[in-house]
Design a protein around this ligand. Structure first.
Ligand code: UDX
Ligand code: UDX
Length: 479
């Protein structure tokens, strides 16, 4: 028997749930897709009249939301009502790292997932397929299944219920989410019941070639997601470790990356040295793997993966320290322009952004930071840096000691941020920063001035005519 899905509910209207459901709605016009979230403010933003106000910036997303919203794509806070109607429910809530208790600092806090499973058990009716979309520790499906099975044993009086649980991890990267969803390398479906797996396969088959849809058992699927993120993060820590060595030895990390990337066994992707990886997934997922390995007594495995995170943290502080060193060992009262605050370009997401660590370090050293980012809002930076901005420093020159040290302000314009500063630090690879006229910058910056290109997006030739000192990540030719 084939299960035909007509109504989907996705719990969690975040960076994963929102874009994923938009793409399903676009490609499956006959399926009603309801995205629910307990955060009413977020839902209101998804429903904003002005499409520019939807809460997530992601190239291509606005167009899809514009096309499908109000037709087969709806955003609502009616969790109960939408669960009731659905024959397939995606769980796409956040799973932050536990702050206290067993596994604090490493294990994922599954409280929201459990809340969702209980809501599904309570409100759903008939046969329902529950899909794990959030990245979860291995064996979470079992938790969900146990909760749902309890509901089957004690059916509520109104309806009889039956569930199947699938793992369908999402591999999209922020900033290219729509592209990744429309044309994925693979879609992974882990499960036990082939009928349920086929029901989900039928949905993806509307736009993904069949050979790209992989079926595995549920635990392999859960572990594959953690492993994929751990491997990707490991590559970044590897190349960042080499960047430090390049700077010490006179080599150039871009040349090294190009040389090793042509080896087809290594491959050329994910070899860009930068300020250290950020984003909501890499660190959390590796720490999950570490916790899991320790749990099974595999301490060497745990230590191996933990070193990827340790290197990343060290690397971020390394950048802050070398900036201080280049600026004569002190940045107290010096104005420093920060270009980019999101964890990567083309997203307004700042979770685990290297910019947070680096800015905090510089503030600690007493700098006056003027921060620019084309998509991140002032109030988000305020939250991340845990200090209010001081708009007074915006138009000031360096060495304005009367303003207490360690202040920051938000700059709407790039020039406004650069004006009178001692250094410019490029922390996110936004396209607009590639087009800065450095000749003009010379006139508004305080000399001797440094430009720190931590993303390696600037062109050395653009600096030939200027008297600005350029430092580039992993470039050992600059002393
Ligand atoms: C991601 C991934 O989905 C996940 O794999 C990873 O583990 C954590 O981050 P993301 O969509 O980026 O999730 O998270 P976020 O933007 O925080 O969205 C989650 C949403 O779930 C929030 O809007 C939150 O309000 C909502 N939520 C949370 C519920 O609707 N119900 C809950 O019980 C808990
Ligand atoms: C990642 C995975 O790529 C994706 O498959 C998974 O679903 C979620 O986690 P995301 O965190 O959105 O996606 O972005 P990604 O492009 O992987 O970048 C993560 C971090 O690594 C960013 O801070 C980015 O700037 C950095 N990075 C990436 C590098 O420093 N160098 C690189 O070569 C690539």
């Amino acid at each position: 028997m084939q299960t035909k899905i007509k109504n989907i509910c996705c719990i969690g209207a975040g960076y994963v749930g929102g874009p994923t459901m938009a793409v399903i709605a676009k490609n499956c016009p006959n399926i009603a897709v309801n995205v629910v979230d307990v955060n009413q403010e977020r839902i209101n933003l998804w429903n904003s009249k002005n499409i520019d106000d939807i809460p997530i910036y992601e190239p291509g997303l606005h167009e899809i939301v514009k096309k499908c919203r109000g037709k087969n794509l709806n955003f609502s806070s009616d969790v109960k009502g939408c669960i009731k109607k659905a024959d397939m429910i995606f769980i796409s809530v956040n799973t932050p790292t536990k702050k206290k208790g067993i596994g604090a600092g490493k294990a994922s806090d599954l409280k929201w997932v459990e809340v969702c499973a209980r809501e599904v058990a309570q409100y759903s009716s008939g046969y329902t397929i529950v899909v794990e979309k959030s990245t979860l520790p291995v064996k979470t499906a079992e938790v969900i299944k146990n909760i749902l099975e309890a509901a089957q044993i004690y059916p509520n009086t109104e309806h009889s219920v039956k569930f199947d649980v699938l793992s369908n991890p999402e591999f999209l990267a922020e900033g290219s989410a729509i592209k990744d969803l429309e044309n994925p390398d693979r879609v992974l479906i882990g499960g036990e019941n082939i009928e349920a797996m086929n029901a989900l396969t039928n949905i993806y088959e509307k736009w993904v070639p069949k050979e790209k849809i992989l079926h595995t058992n549920i635990w392999s699927s859960e572990l594959a997601k953690l492993t994929a993120n751990a491997f990707l993060a490991q590559r970044i820590s590897s190349i960042n470790s080499i960047s430090a060595l390049c700077e010490a030895t006179g080599a150039d990390v871009r040349e090294v990356a190009r040389a090793i990337g042509t080896d087809t066994r290594i491959g050329s992707k994910f070899l860009d040295s930068g300020p250290g990886f950020g984003g909501s997934c890499f660190k959390k997922d590796i720490l999950n793997l570490v916790y899991l390995s320790n749990h099974y007594g595999l301490n060497e495995v745990a230590n191996f993966w933990e070193s990827v995170v340790t290197l990343n943290t060290w690397h971020q502080h390394r950048i802050s320290q070398l900036i201080v060193k280049k600026l004569f060992g002190t940045i107290t009262g010096k104005k420093i322009c920060i270009l980019g605050f999101s964890f990567k370009e083309n997203t307004n997401d700042t979770r685990e952004s290297a910019a947070i660590t680096i800015c905090k370090d510089l503030l600690e050293e007493g700098a006056l930071l003027a921060i620019h980012d084309p998509k991140v809002e002032r109030k988000q930076i305020e939250k991340d840096l845990s200090t209010k901005e001081n708009p007074n420093i915006k138009f000031l020159e360096s060495n304005m000691y009367k303003y207490s040290e360690g202040n920051w302000c938000y700059a709407e314009e790039i020039n406004e941020a650069i004006q009178g500063s001692d250094a410019v630090i490029v922390l996110t690879g936004w396209g607009i920063y590639k087009n800065i006229d450095w000749g003009k910058v010379t006139k508004i910056i305080r000399r001797p001035a440094w430009v720190f290109d931590v993303r390696s997006i600037l062109s050395k030739e653009d600096f030939e005519e200027s008297d600005l000192n350029l430092w580039m990540i992993g470039d050992g030719s600059i002393i």
